[in-house]
Design a protein around this ligand. Structure first.
Ligand code: ADP
Ligand code: MG
Length: 256
């Protein structure tokens, strides 16, 4: 079962840079797909296509097909200019490299979005707080301090709070753009463990901060270089038996 199908996706910025040059890729539901490759290759641009955050950047040309499949197997055309992007971003959440917590308590960070969406039940709000913190592997560390400012948390805890904040809204897809690049190894391990749990119920697409993280976490991996998808494979296959010389050279550290 696919969550996304991309066909011949081209994305060009206003300065003329063609960030994606005809990428075709299938992304399965309920697993972790890793998009990796050197900086500038177009990984962030690709992620932003999936929740239309590119609408807010200097993208001037997008072509190809990007379909997201719904539970009834109908497809939503993600390039449709009339798409309700607010509704889309509730279904497709994004976690960025730098945790940006809201200047509120830990609890309020998690209930803010739900309250905006009209949820009034304190029971359901509390359930969402506990569930999302459990899913983000943060509950045990914060359950006795939910009403303290979120800013009092460590960097690693703040990033897991950002992940929990996405999960509180119960999306279908979580996009993560180098979410552990600024974290210590213990927090990184916790985020990775959390993703292994989350993938049972959500589609996870991760741009990892290292090849090692890519190899540890991938159910599928795609190597992206200079706007092109060089190859993709299931599981650890890409890291054990890369077919393309460029993939092999990158994995072996011959360029970065
Ligand atoms: P990655 O995430 O793999 O490092 P990006 O998607 O950030 O790659 O960038 C791909 C290419 O698009 C790069 O050449 C980058 O300079 C360019 N790019 C990214 N964002 C913008 C922007 N807002 N305006 C112009 N060019 C951009
Ligand atoms: Mg990037």
């Amino acid at each position: 079962m696919n969550k996304f199908v991309l066909e011949n996706l081209h994305v060009k910025y206003s300065d003329g840079v063609e960030a994606l040059k005809g990428v075709s890729l299938e992304i399965p539901a309920k697993s972790i797909t890793v998009l990796f490759g050197p900086a500038g290759g177009g990984k962030s641009t690709l992620l932003r296509t999936l929740n239309r955050l590119n609408d807010l950047s200097d993208v001037t040309e997008v072509s190809g097909r990007v379909a997201m499949f719904n539970s009834d197997s109908s497809a939503t055309d993600l390039l449709n200019p009339r798409l309700d992007v607010i509704a889309l971003r509730r279904r497709v959440a994004m976690v960025f490299a730098r945790p940006i917590v809201l200047p509120m308590t830990i609890r309020e960070n998690l209930t803010y979005g739900l309250t905006l969406a009209g949820e009034r039940s304190t029971i359901r709000l509390h359930e969402a707080v506990e569930r999302s913190l459990q899913q983000a592997a943060l509950w045990d560390e914060v359950k006795d301090r939910l009403d303290e400012p979120a800013i009092s948390l460590s960097g690693g805890q703040q990033q897991r709070l950002c992940l929990a904040r996405s999960l509180a809204l119960d999306p279908e897809v979580i996009l993560l753009d180098e979410p552990t690049s600024g974290l210590d190894p213990i927090s990184t391990t916790k985020v990775e463990a959390s993703l292994q749990e989350i993938k049972m119920n959500y589609t996870v697409i991760l741009v990892p901060h290292s090849i090692q993280q890519a190899a540890r976490t991938a159910d599928q991996a795609a190597f992206i270089l200079q706007g092109q998808l060089i190859e993709q494979a299931d599981g650890k296959e890409l890291f054990l038996n890369p077919r393309d010389k460029r993939t092999q050279d990158y994995i072996e550290g011959r360029f970065g």
